[in-house]
Design a protein around this ligand. Structure first.
Ligand code: UTP
Length: 298
């Protein structure tokens, strides 16, 4: 049976320690790539995939995220008065319909699995998507849309976005043990979160896009601590494999940026800046100059 995926969970309750001191008062998800916060990229991707219900798992200090999706009457009024219609349109695109977003709190940052579990009452008995805003994916067809289409074809089970990583980097990810490799789809026979160096079952890593069945939420209820003492989503998905339920890795088409790390965030800023018509020429000239100066200094 083909099932539509209409709900997406955005776990945004992490501490964001890698971006301190900025994240002392700014949620990581509000940091801007060019001129849009990370969360906007995630929401746009979800909308393109047909998501209609957006569930945010938030925490203390994240209220800027809630305000971001509200109407801004004073600002809109001011732009209207001076005839800045383009800006007004851009601003309106950030508004969400009343009731489309729900917020639940994760009281303590016990891990990604725990964050997703916090949304259980809003998910109900249907497959749902999870989007990690740290993973920004530049793609012709947005990543989650590719996954929802593939999921409709296979008709059920669990699906995780997957990408080849350098073997030396595998221990930073959830890694898939491959049963059958069919190209864009991979049948998974096991999953390990942050394997010790040299023990990864493959170099196919899980990236922050998932389509999961509600059974994964049941598995999370047991609150088993995994790698790093955290309640890991990977472990709860892996339990489904042990039960004989299918888990698929999906090799998406696109370029992923790890915006949870400083180097990844800077790379994404350059790539998204270069992709913008209004910034491309100036940024390119600047990058050329920087490279030339570096070379001259060497
Ligand atoms: P990260 O592992 O990147 O952790 O979480 P973090 O706290 O955001 O950042 P660092 O490592 O301290 O810099 C991956 C995703 O899971 C969410 C985060 O918000 C992020 O989107 N998360 C993580 C939660 O919502 N709750 C948690 O308890 C842990």
């Amino acid at each position: 049976m083909k099932r539509r995926v209409t709900k997406a969970v955005f776990p945004v309750a992490g501490l964001g320690t890698r971006f301190l001191p900025a994240t002392k008062s700014i949620p990581k998800e509000m940091m801007t790539l060019v001129d849009r916060p990370l969360i906007q990229y995630a929401i746009d991707e979800a909308r393109a995939a047909g998501i209609t219900d957006f569930i945010f798992v938030t925490a203390r200090g994240k209220s800027a995220l809630e305000d971001y999706f509200d109407h801004a009457p004073e600002l809109e009024g001011a732009l209207r008065r001076v005839g800045k219609t383009e800006l007004l349109e851009m601003l309106r695109a950030t508004n969400m319909d009343s009731g489309a977003i729900a917020y639940v709190r994760q009281n303590r940052p016990l891990g990604l699995g725990h964050a997703v579990w916090c949304a259980r009452r809003l998910i109900g008995n249907e497959p749902f998507a999870v989007i990690l805003t740290d993973d920004v994916i530049a793609a012709e067809t947005p990543c989650l849309e590719q996954m929802v289409d593939a999921y409709a074809e296979i008709g059920g089970g669990n699906m995780v976005a997957a990408m080849e990583v350098a073997p030396a980097r595998a221990s930073a990810y959830g890694v898939l043990a491959i049963d059958k490799d069919m190209g864009s789809l991979v049948a998974v026979r096991g999953m390990v979160e942050k394997p010790a160096p040299g023990t990864a079952p493959s170099n196919l890593a899980v990236i922050g896009r998932y389509i999961l069945t509600p059974r994964v939420l049941n598995n999370l209820t047991r609150m088993k601590q995994g790698a790093g003492g955290e309640i890991q989503l990977t472990d709860a998905i892996a339990e489904e494999i042990e039960r004989g339920e299918p888990v698929w890795g999906f090799r998406f088409r696109g370029q992923r940026f790890d915006c949870g790390s400083k180097a990844g965030f800077l790379q994404a800023t350059v790539a998204f800046g270069l992709a913008r018509e209004d910034l491309h020429d100036e940024l390119r000239r600047y990058l050329h100059t920087v490279v030339a100066l570096q070379k001259a200094a060497e």
